[in-house]
Write a protein that binds this ligand. Sequence first.
Ligand code: FAD
Length: 306
Amino acid sequence: PFDVLIIGGGPAGASAAIYSARKGIRTGIVAERFGGQVMDTMAIENFISVKETDGPKLVTALEEHVKSYDVDIMNLQRASGLVPANGNGLTEVQLESGAILKAKSVIISTGARWREINVPGETEYRGRGVAYCPHCDGPLFKGRSVAVIGGGNSGVEAAIDLAGIVKDVTLIEFNGELRADAVLQKKLFSLPNVTVITGAQTTEINGDGEKVNGLTYTNRQTGESHRVDLAAVFIQIGLVPNTDWIKDSVALSKFGEIEVDAKGQTSVDGVFAAGDVTTVPFKQIIIAMGEGSKAALGAFEHLIRH
Ligand code: FAD
């Protein structure tokens, strides 16, 4: 059996693998796609100590770092279930291939994915004006006009955040009113460079073939179509944690995130979790790495006490 078995090969999983392997314990990592969300990222400018990089470059560096240690990497493998230890102290992880792996401790770092709006232009212009993370991509549009789609807490927070950086922000909400907390709405409506459009269904993200140059929406009351000129569209309609495969085994929050304590311990003894898949606030690469190393140290502490 493994001493530590990590499920997920994004920044959280890679960091957990390195911290575990450095303890000289038997470490394995199962990943559907090594690199995770970072593979889909163009410019990264907030990975502290590296002024500028891109996703594939950072993933190559992560992989090289993990491979410099004795880590059993099982790439292109999907975990489908987890059976908590019963008496023998070994947690079982089932893979879609039918294989069953056993481990004295498990770290879940299966990440999350942004919910998409599925309109023409979204896929074509991803990373070229279609963005999901205001902390990451906001500064790229300094002085330009942008839109935020989604009037929940994350959309309204994004609009407030972006309003301080860009020229102006148009917030588009599908329903007749915003769902964000009152305090956020109050702040939003106090900003001079924000326009809020409710009851609006986005029908297309427009571009010039190279990058985004506008957004088209339908006024759901009148049925009329309108176009707004802008340089970027931030889609903020939810982040979905990849916890379907684990939902019957560990405690999840109402958003489907794995609940963890300060050491990354989940509701199941010997099972830890880290990164975007957990309740940790703020989903970022550097945070996922910190959380991955914390969970690895938590798992190690668990091992030496059992
Ligand atoms: P993930 O990166 O989501 O990795 C999850 C891993 O688990 C993957 O290997 C996946 O294949 C695997 N997996 C999932 N389910 C299973 C399963 N059932 N079995 C086995 N493996 C599984 N953050 C920044 O700090 N700066 C940025 O500039 C930035 N830009 C971004 C741009 C985009 C387009 C996106 C989508 C995100 C961006 N982020 C950025 C956020 C950042 O990528 C995430 O916070 C970070 O990758 C989270 O790391 P993680 O390891 O928790 O999860």
